[in-house]
Design a protein around this ligand. Structure first.
Ligand SMILES: Cc1ncc(COP(=O)(O)O)c(C=O)c1O
Length: 442
């Protein structure tokens, strides 16, 4: 059945969902921080149905994974066709055609007119760990520098650079032993209490004049690791000159610039890659999420001269399986055929303009920011920007009960990241539920 709108038949979580949740809670890892009580059983386009028959409008895309909407027919057909040919052959020992074909397509759409190489991974975290290892191998330097409020994943290397909150780090020390951190330009809440643009990006001066002069010798730094737009940290868009200036610092000192586009990639921000908004071509680009339509996949794409490690230095059994890469090839085709990068830009502008209208009516919305369909709102309790965390959590809960899936981010922000195929009418459906929730909280 084709869905056309959210539909609540029983207040979620309904009885069937509750029963699944009860069993899940008893058996699955308690470390999973579920943000809502959705038990999804079907998906189509921008809608998801739960175990009780409720239909939800998906404004989170499973954290920017379902960018083509759920079960895009062309990708599903590509997956089925590959299942009928060859499900798996490991790429440690053998060669498979989809790995090569996908690399050819990927290099055409990734930034930088220079020779590239790719290493396929099973997740975003693994793409980051790959990038970290590669940068260390390439430079033979020990230190890595990341940004405060950054999220890079949960494996030991990636979590060492994840600083969105101590709950991700508690109990795991010692981590990557020589990670250093500098502030990201989160201008709405500047750690230096400065104003942009008069600050002239003081956070970068902190990097050059404090970190690299007093703490960490620049010639011992292997890499700078940065999100092009901070994701889990709150959908924070840096000023346009931030990445180019960072790239210049990396180049000056022979450091590898790793840009994490696990969340912001594949058209999400109205460009294929968020770093293209500022014309930066990273030395290593880490990608995942929307890569293969929800199949576990990621990659580190690097300048060929940076990916110069020896045979045996880094490998993985399941990486880059043929089914995954046929799905990934179809994802790239659909993005192009359906002009999803442009759609993301246009619908994102629309969504942002409507949110700015809501901000005028509801002072709870302290900030509206974003690029393309990677849009964040930050909720505040007063003019001093006191974080309205409880209200944010209540809003997420209320929206869920009314049939709208939203995701939290940062301390008190909400991410709006619907599938890139969303129409204006569907955006309006979501905004109308969002406004109902804002009304009831004001
Ligand atoms: C920017 C960014 N990097 C890395 C990761 C880690 O990806 P994964 O959860 O696939 O390991 C995430 C996940 O949310 C992310 O948003």
């Amino acid at each position: 059945m084709a869905y056309s709108a959210p539909k609540i038949v029983v207040t979620p979580p309904g009885p069937k969902a509750l029963e699944w949740i009860r069993k899940d809670t008893a058996m699955l890892s308690p470390s999973l921080s579920r943000s809502s009580q959705l038990v999804g059983v079907k998906g189509e386009g921008v809608y998801v149905e739960d175990a009780d028959g409720n239909v939800f409008l998906d404004f989170g895309s499973g954290i920017a994974v379902n960018s083509l909407g759920h079960r895009h027919p062309e990708v599903i057909a590509a997956i089925k066709a590959q299942l009928d040919r060859l499900v798996f052959l490991n790429s440690l020992d053998y060669f498979t055609v989809p790995q090569i074909e996908y690399a050819e397509s990927l290099f055409k759409v990734t930034p930088g007119d220079f020779p590239k190489r790719v290493f396929y991974t099973n997740s975003g975290s693994e793409a980051i760990d790959t990038a970290i290892k590669m940068a260390k191998w390439h430079t033979r330097r020990p230190y890595g520098i990341g940004f405060i409020n950054g999220f890079h994943g949960r494996t030991m290397g990636a979590v060492s650079f994840t600083t969105t909150g101590v709950s991700a780090r508690r109990g795991f020390a010692p981590m990557y032993p020589i990670a250093h951190f500098v502030p990201y330009p989160y201008c709405y809440r500047c750690l230096f209490n400065r104003e942009y643009p008069s600050c002239d990006l003081h956070c970068l001066s902190y990097l050059t004049d404090v970190t690299l002069k007093k703490i960490t010798p620049p010639d011992e730094v292997a890499f700078l690791l940065v999100e092009a737009v901070q994701g889990a940290g709150g959908y924070i868009v840096p000023p346009k000159e931030f990445l180019p200036r960072l790239a210049a610092i990396a180049a000056q000192h022979g450091m590898v610039l790793i840009v994490d586009e696990v969340q912001s990639g594949f058209g999400r921000t109205g460009k294929m890659w968020a770093c293209e908004h500022s014309g930066v071509a990273p030395d290593i680009l880490a990608i995942s999420k929307a890569f293969a339509h929800g199949l576990p996949a990621g990659a580190a794409v690097a300048r060929a001269e940076v990916m110069n490690w020896d045979e045996g230095a880094h490998e993985g059994t399941l990486n880059g399986g043929p089914v995954i890469l046929e799905a990934a090839k179809a994802v790239l085709r659909v993005i192009e055929q359906e002009k999803l990068v442009e759609k993301s830009r246009v619908q994102g502008e629309y969504l942002k303009s409507k949110l700015l209208d809501l901000q005028k009516k509801y002072p709870l919305i302290g900030d509206v920011r974003g690029l393309g369909l990677m849009v964040g709102i930050e909720l505040v309790g007063d003019a001093k920007k006191t974080p309205a965390k409880d209200k944010r959590n209540r809003l997420l809960e209320e929206a869920f009960k009314k049939g709208l899936l939203l995701l939290g981010a940062g301390e008190c922000s909400i991410r709006l990241a619907p599938p890139l195929v969303i129409t204006q009418a569907q955006i309006d459906q979501g905004l109308s539920i969002l406004e109902d929730c804002l009304k009831s909280l004001s």
